[in-house]
Design a protein around this ligand. Structure first.
Ligand code: NAD
Length: 276
C-alpha cells in the first residue's frame, strides 16, 4: 500500500502516516522499530529532543540504506529551550544528534511562555532552508490566535492529543479554517482506557475485516488528520500502515464520533506549572 501525502500551506508535503517513537529509548528496540517501519514503506518518523532518541533515529535511518531525502523527519523544541538564542542552539543540537543538515518539520513541543521568541528563531531557520516547514504542538485556539497575530509565517501543522474519546472538534475546525494541518498524537489513545476494546470499534473491525486499531487510524485519516502511531512490534507497525485500502461510511464515522467524552487523557496545554 502506498501512504498518501498531504500538502502543507507552504506547498511542502508530509506522509499522512508516520512512526511515533515516544518512550522508545533502548538502542536496539528503537533501531529495529525504525528499520521495520522503513521496510514496511513508512517514510516519516516523529521524534523530539526530549524523547532522548534522536541519535538512534539518525543511525537507524543511515543503517536502513534508505536515502535521507526520501524520509520526512520531525523533531521538536522542548520547554526549557524556548527563547531566540536557545532555540537556535537546540535546533543545531538536534541536527547534530540526527546526523543531518536539515529537518523536514520542526515543532514547538508545548506552548511554553516564550513561544513568540522561539517562533522568530524558527522562522529564520525556515527562511535559511534549514527546516522545510515549521509548526506547533499542543497549541490551543488562544495560543494560535496570539501566534498568528504576532508572527509572519503561519504554522503548517498543530500536533495535538486526538483520538475517538477526545476528537478535538473545535480545534479541528479552527485549524481547517486557517489552512493548518491537524496531526494526532496518541492516535490510538496511548494504550490507555482500553480504548481499542470499545465494542463499537470491535464491531466495526469485524465489519471491515480490520483490527480496532486500524479502524481508529482510518477514522483519523478520513478526517484529514496526520497520524503517527507508536509501536515497536513489527507486525503492529505493518498493521498500522494497512489503512489505505478501505474507507468508512459516514454512518460508521458517526458511530466512532459517539465515543467522544470531551476528556483528554494527557496533560492540559494550559497547565502553567508544566510549561514554565
Ligand atoms: P499511541 O496512541 O500511538 O499509542 C501507542 C501504544 O498503542 C503503544 O504503546 C502500543 O502498545 C499500542 N499499539 C500500537 N499499535 C497497536 C496496534 N496495532 N494494536 C494494539 N495496540 C497498539 O500513543 P503515543 O505513542 O503517545 O503517540 C504517538 C506518537 O505521538 C508518539 O510516539 C510521539 O511521537 C507523539 N507524541 C507527541 C506528543 C506531543 O506532546 N507532541 C505527546 C505524546 C506523543
Amino acid at each position: 500500500q502506498t501512504i498518501p501525502n498531504l500538502k502543507f500551506n507552504n506547498g511542502v508535503e508530509i506522509p499522512q502516516l508516520g512512526l511515533g517513537v515516544f518512550l522508545v529509548k533502548e538502542e536496539n528496540e528503537l533501531k529495529n522499530a525504525v528499520k521495520a517501519a522503513l521496510e514496511t514503506g513508512y517514510r516519516h518518523i516523529d521524534t523530539a529532543m526530549i524523547y532522548g532518541n534522536e541519535t538512534y533515529v539518525g543511525e537507524a535511518i543511515r543503517e536502513s540504506g534508505v536515502d535521507r531525502k526520501e524520509i520526512f523527519i520531525t523533531s521538536k523544541v522542548w520547554n526549557y529551550d524556548h527563547g531566540y538564542e536557545e532555540t537556535k542552539a537546540a535546533f543545531q543540537a538536534s541536527l547534530d544528534r540526527l546526523g543531518t543538515d536539515y529537518l523536514d518539520l520542526y515543532l514547538i513541543h508545548w506552548p511554553s511562555p516564550k513561544y513568540i521568541e522561539t517562533w522568530k528563531a524558527m522562522e529564520e531557520l525556515y527562511h535559511e532552508g534549514k527546516i522545510k516547514a515549521i509548526g506547533v504542538s499542543n497549541f490551543q485556539i488562544h495560543h494560535l490566535e496570539d501566534l498568528l497575530a504576532h508572527s509572519e509565517v503561519v504554522p503548517v501543522i498543530n500536533q495535538i492529543e486526538t483520538h475517538p474519546e477526545f476528537p478535538q472538534n473545535e480545534l479541528h475546525e479552527f485549524l481547517k479554517q486557517h489552512n493548518i494541518l491537524h496531526e494526532a498524537w496518541g492516535p490510538l489513545g496511548q494504550g490507555k482506557n482500553n480504548l481499542l476494546e470499545q465494542p463499537v470499534l470491535v464491531e466495526l473491525g469485524k465489519k471491515y475485516g480490520k483490527t480496532p486499531a486500524q479502524i481508529v487510524l482510518r477514522w483519523h485519516v478520513e478526517r484529514g488528520i496526520v497520524v503517527i502511531p507508536k509501536s515497536v512490534t513489527p507486525s503492529r507497525i505493518k498493521e498500522n500502515s494497512e489503512i489505505f485500502d478501505f474507507s468508512l461510511t459516514p454512518e460508521d464515522m458517526e458511530k466512532i464520533a459517539s465515543l467522544n467524552t470531551g476528556k483528554r487523557y494527557g496533560r492540559n496545554p494550559d497547565d502553567e506549572e508544566f510549561l514554565a
